[in-house]
Ligand binder design. Structure first.
Ligand code: IVH
Length: 715
């Protein structure tokens, strides 16, 4: 960075006479100066420069960017609203996790949901009571009150850690600052949203003042709540519906409906379309009623949420890794629109999959502008499903076709249909490439696989870049200042390359060995480079589940990574087991499959990854750079079952096997199908046979169902 004199001299120069180099240098200075002024004003509450000078800096920045649009920086002040930078919120750890909901799309999915609940609880043909209410399309918020006072508001974030938006939440008139007669500790959860009317008026105001135009009410609500400057939030008309709770010092009622009534009496808005429905018929009737009213509600909803009404049953049903067993979201059918498919492009993903993407003439589908849609795979384009049966009546999809685009909720839009009467003359069937468009390697489609994959592995730049993007993504390493854009730039950087995850952690050392330092590069300054190195350093200590997820193993998503981490406990144990495992046989294979939620396909994928030489070497190089933290054993705190291996045999009369297994796992136990020397406890119901005998021979402690119920503390 130049001296103060240089800076002043530059600032004097009319924008029209700046050279490109000078412009670049000045934009960097401006970004730093504005960021510093923001920090002084917002964080330290000690402004260093006058408002007029601050405005002048921003104006100069905008003028230079207007003349040199290509030089606009990722951290440009013109991208920041009211001086706000996104990383400005403090973090809040949720004491009770904020989960999401499983989805149902068809009536049959709702029937399955009801049936699985009756089965899990062993209720046979008895009808279950549910509440049914609109699913509000906004963003969830947790409001914590202590002794009646609102003390904290937090967004959902990743479910475990959210953002502290207390000051902003206080500006929302639907959110009471004080509650009379509430439990000493109560965390109320619900949805922040914006009405259609307020959304339209906000966008009109924004258009007038040259501000940001929001794509839909949900984005407007999110953008408004996540403002660093609460005065901006205050001017945005946000609303709030309460539909649930987190931590409570006293229960709110014995049913979902009573608890929601109680929240209403405490001063919250609750949705007037909430109904109690007994059995599947009433649930679907209420869904239809809400669907008919959807257009006239004045706010966006995207489905109906059913929740088991009895809170005792909710507690028994509990949770899967990321969703409750006692609730489901029944989504409304997708939105449709027709447009032109301009061309088909092939993207190569981190596992080498060649994915066809439709580039469309932009079209609005349910309030969102769509210009890309997925075409799934080559069979889908050709008009076949993976078994070779016709879809769309066998119609194929060609470049230039008039196509129907389908969007359901947050799901990636897809091309659903094609209008043959509008097909252009001379349009040719699409020929799917058999080589990778990125690295030229053969793209191979294995028997039984719908997807064609690049065989280039590590040599394919597209795969490597996608792997790196995944590695730094939010649920993986989440390194501040190292996002998708930056890893891509580093991948192609010759002086300071990041070609594989391990390279991230040697970046600082390599930079200090280099003559051309990162801080002197385009888009980087002293501060941003130092910050990046510090952010990387901070992530050397990484929780095991994040590391497993970050490896980007096919079929291993976020929740599977958590299951694996909890099961194996440490990287050493996981790595040793995967190294020793063979696909389809042996104790390591059996043990891997015993994890609830791990099937043969996933197990094979993990083992294969650990046995591929290049892949394995890359993992080893990475792990040498890290300090991998042990996974917390589930329910480790004061549970008599923590870390124990339990086997069930015979008939259980008071709960189903599924429930018994889930309860045992929730208390930190591992449930196994067979008795061995490793078994700690056998729960034997009537009719127990060889397993009980084997347990007796091995001296394994054996209890009956009543003993089991007493052990897990359920009356
Ligand atoms: S209940 C344990 N009820 O939908 C999860 N959620 O996909 C309890 N949402 O994150 C959520 N309206 O932001 C619930 N009436 C409603 C809802 C609702 C909207 C949102 C919520 C949640 C997401 C789950």
């Amino acid at each position: 960075m130049g001296s103060l004199m240089d800076r002043a001299a530059l600032r004097e120069k009319p924008v029209e006479t700046l050279t490109e180099d000078e412009a670049r240098q000045e934009l960097e200075q401006l970004a730093e100066e504005v960021a510093r002024a923001n920090r002084a004003y917002h964080t330290e509450d000690q402004p260093e420069i006058s408002d007029a000078d601050y405005d002048a800096l921003r104006l100069r920045n905008t003028e230079i960017e207007a003349r040199f649009p290509g030089l606009k920086r990722a951290d440009s002040p013109s991208e920041q609203v009211g001086g706000a930078v996104a990383e400005g919120f403090s973090k809040v750890e949720h004491r009770v996790r904020m989960l999401s909901l499983a989805n149902a799309f068809e009536d049959a999915d709702v029937e399955d949901f009801d049936e699985s609940i009756r089965k899990y609880l062993g209720l046979g043909g008895c009808a279950v009571s549910y509440t049914a209410e609109p699913k509000i399309d906004g963003l969830s918020l947790a409001l914590r009150y202590e002794n009646g006072n609102l003390i904290q508001a937090a967004t959902r974030g990743d479910g475990s850690v959210g953002e502290n938006v207390t000051t902003n939440a206080r500006t929302v008139s639907d959110i009471p600052q004080r509650l009379e007669g509430a439990p000493g500790i109560i965390e109320v959860r619900g949805e922040v949203y914006m009405s259609h009317e307020d959304f339209a008026a906000l966008n009109a105001r924004q258009a007038e003042s040259g501000g940001k135009i929001f794509a839909n009410p949900r984005n407007a609500a999110a953008g408004s709540l996540r403002q660093l400057d609460a005065n901006i939030t205050r001017q945005r008309p946000l609303k709030f519906f309460a539909y649930g709770w987190g931590e409570l010092s006293d229960p709110l009622g014995s049913t979902q409906a009573d608890a929601i009534d109680r929240l209403r009496m405490l001063g919250f808005q609750t949705n007037p379309l909430t109904e109690i429905c007994v059995g599947i018929g009433e649930m679907l009737d209420h869904y239809r009623l809400i669907e008919r009213q959807r257009a006239t509600l004045g706010y966006d909803i995207d489905g109906v949420v059913y929740k088991v009404n009895d809170l005792g049953l909710q507690a028994r049903l509990g949770f899967r890794s990321t969703t409750p067993r006692w609730a489901i979201a029944h989504k409304f059918p997708a939105e449709l629109a027709w447009t032109r498919l301009e061309r088909i492009e092939i993207q190569v993903g981190r596992t080498g999959a060649l994915s066809p993407v439709a580039r469309l003439t932009p079209v609005t589908v349910g309030g969102v502008v769509v210009s890309n849609a997925t075409l799934h795979n080559e069979d889908y384009i050709a008009g076949r499903d993976s078994k070779g049966n016709e879809i769309r009546g066998g119609k194929d999809i060609r470049e230039g076709d008039w196509v129907q685009v389908y969007r359901a909720g947050d799901v990636i839009p897809k091309v659903a249909d094609v209008d043959l009467s509008k097909r252009l003359e001379g349009a040719k069937p699409y020929v799917f490439p058999t080589t990778c468009p990125e690295c030229g390697s053969d793209a191979i489609r294995e028997e039984g696989d719908a997807v064609r994959r690049c065989s280039g592995g590590i040599i394919c730049p597209a795969q490597a870049v996608e792997k790196l993007k995944h590695f730094v993504s939010r649920a993986a390493f989440d390194i501040e200042g190292l996002g998708a854009k930056q890893v891509e730039a580093f991948y192609f950087d010759d002086q300071l390359p990041i070609r594989e995850p391990a390279d991230i952690f040697t970046l600082a050392t390599r930079d200090s060995d280099n003559l051309s330092k990162l801080k002197n590069r385009d888009g980087w300054g002293e501060k941003s480079a130092t910050n990046l190195f510090a952010a990387i350093e901070e992530k050397r200590a990484i929780p095991l589940h994040r590391l497993i997820f970050a490896l980007g193993i096919r079929h291993v998503g976020e929740s599977a990574s958590k299951l694996l981490a909890t099961h194996y406990g440490s990287w050493e144990a996981f790595e040793a087991a995967m190294t020793g495992a063979s696909v389809g046989e042996g104790p390591e294979w059996e043990d891997l499959l015993s994890v609830d939620g791990v099937g043969a396909v996933m197990a094979e994928s993990v083992i294969t990854t650990f046995h591929q030489e290049a892949e394995r070497a890359s993992i080893d190089r990475l792990v040498r750079e890290l300090d991998v933290q042990q996974a917390e054993q589930r329910g480790a705190v004061d549970s008599p079952l923590a870390g124990k291996t339990v086997v069930f045999t015979g008939t259980l009369e008071k709960m189903t096997r599924a429930e018994a297994k889930a309860r045992a796992e929730a208390l930190g136990a591992k449930v196994s199908g067979s008795v061995s020397a490793k078994t700690d406890l056998l729960v034997a119901g009537p009719g127990a046979g060889s397993k009980a005998k084997k347990a007796a021979d091995l001296g394994v402690e054996t209890i009956d169902e009543d003993g089991w119920i007493a052990l897990i503390g359920q009356e």
